[in-house]
Design a protein around this ligand. Structure first.
Ligand SMILES: C[S@@+](CC[C@H](N)C(=O)[O-])C[C@H]1O[C@@H](n2cnc3c(N)ncnc32)[C@H](O)[C@@H]1O
Length: 228
């Protein structure tokens, strides 16, 4: 049973709350029985698996209070796993979603969750997009982070065509079903940069009565329309 706060595994768990350490080490943490069950179901084996002593859960046992202190959750956790990040070589069709400057990790996780629901082949992360392996994104994905291929993209030309720029109040009303597609979604505040919109084959909007939708909501509605 791990009984010391300075145990190397617990130190690693705490380090992985920092974006820089996640990037440098290529690792991330998933907390809680539901997320670890999703990882198991998707065939992801953790590098380390820790469980509160006496919980009966699989993994190396840790004093419950020490595990709670290492947790990113205010309520603590009964179990967690340290996993190696997986990145696809490149964004892939036929159903790709590209997030461009979506800074809220909760939105990134919610898009992964929708992406899994609508059978996307890839979620591509453009510049200035939140880390999908952050504790908040992993939690918001409800385990979809283990099932949806993730890729990086530095320029829209790397995205499989045809690319649809999703812009509130611009272009044509979005009409589906349509496949293949890459749906390009913009930042919470600024939306999509003009040069990214120009690099896309099509610009489309979801007709609404207000200014705009939340980025993850817009993605979900658009995926429904394109795949129904
Ligand atoms: C909160 S919105 C950005 C609002 C920003 N002020 C703008 O006007 O583009 C975040 C992203 O969600 C998508 N989005 C939100 N509402 C949309 C709508 N009605 N039609 C198409 N896309 C929408 C766009 O990709 C947008 O870049």
């Amino acid at each position: 049973v791990i009984t010391s706060h300075s145990n190397s595994r617990l130190q690693l768990v705490r380090r992985l709350q920092r974006a820089r350490d996640r990037r440098d080490l290529g690792l991330f943490v998933a907390e809680g029985e539901d997320l670890l069950a999703a990882a198991d179901a998707a065939g992801w084996a953790p590098e380390e698996r820790l469980a509160a002593a006496g919980s009966g859960l699989p993994g190396e046992e840790v004093e419950p209070e020490l595990l709670a202190r290492a947790s990113s959750l205010g309520s603590g956790t009964r179990t967690l796993g340290i996993f190696r990040q997986r990145w696809a070589e490149a964004p892939a069709g036929p159903r790709c979603v590209a997030l461009w400057g979506v800074r809220d990790p909760g939105n990134v996780g919610a898009v992964l969750r929708s992406g899994l629901a609508f059978g996307v082949s890839c979620v591509a992360l453009g510049p200035d997009t939140a880390d999908p392996w952050s504790p908040k994104a992993v939690r918001a994905s409800m385990g979809a982070v283990f099932a949806v291929p993730l890729a990086r993209s530095s320029h829209p030309s790397t995205l499989p065509p045809p690319r649809i720029a999703l812009v509130a109040r611009a272009g044509t009303p979005l009409r589906g079903p349509a496949e293949p597609f890459t749906l390009v979604v913009g930042a919470e505040r600024e939306g999509l940069p003009g040069e990214v919109v120009e690099a896309c084959e099509q610009t489309a909007h979801i007709p609404i009565a207000s200014e705009s939708l939340n980025a993850a909501m817009a993605t979900t509605i658009a995926l429904y329309e394109l795949t129904r």
